[in-house]
Write a protein of this length. Structure first.
Length: 103
């Protein structure tokens, strides 16, 4: 049996921005999943009264399960560094949106 060779690590990485690239702020992220992918929907949440919350979604991103796991690792590492520098973050959820559909 022949063994598969791992591809060589790249010597450099070049980052570019597409014409439609934009920076945005999100304080709402909804996650939907299927067997094939994860779908992250980013938006901004506004609460103008105690009885009503409005979420304006502006971007949806599909990730493979492998890329979602890599994102989990990167965010976990960066949050740990953030908390080491600035102190522990406390979450006080006031609004929990209903579960989204599973595709």
């Amino acid at each position: 049996m022949s063994q598969l060779k791992q591809p060589a690590e790249p010597q450099s990485v070049t980052l570019t921005k597409t014409e439609d690239y934009r920076n945005s702020y999100a304080n709402s992220v909804q996650v939907r999943m299927s067997v094939w992918d994860f779908f992250l929907v980013f938006g901004t949440m506004h609460q103008n009264s105690p009885a009503e919350v409005k979420i304006e979604n502006f971007q949806g991103i599909y990730l493979s399960p492998q890329q979602a796991k890599a994102l989990l690792n990167v965010l976990g590492h960066n949050l740990a560094q953030y908390e080491q520098t600035f102190g522990e973050l406390a979450l006080e959820p006031r609004f929990v949106p209903p579960n989204g559909p599973v595709h």
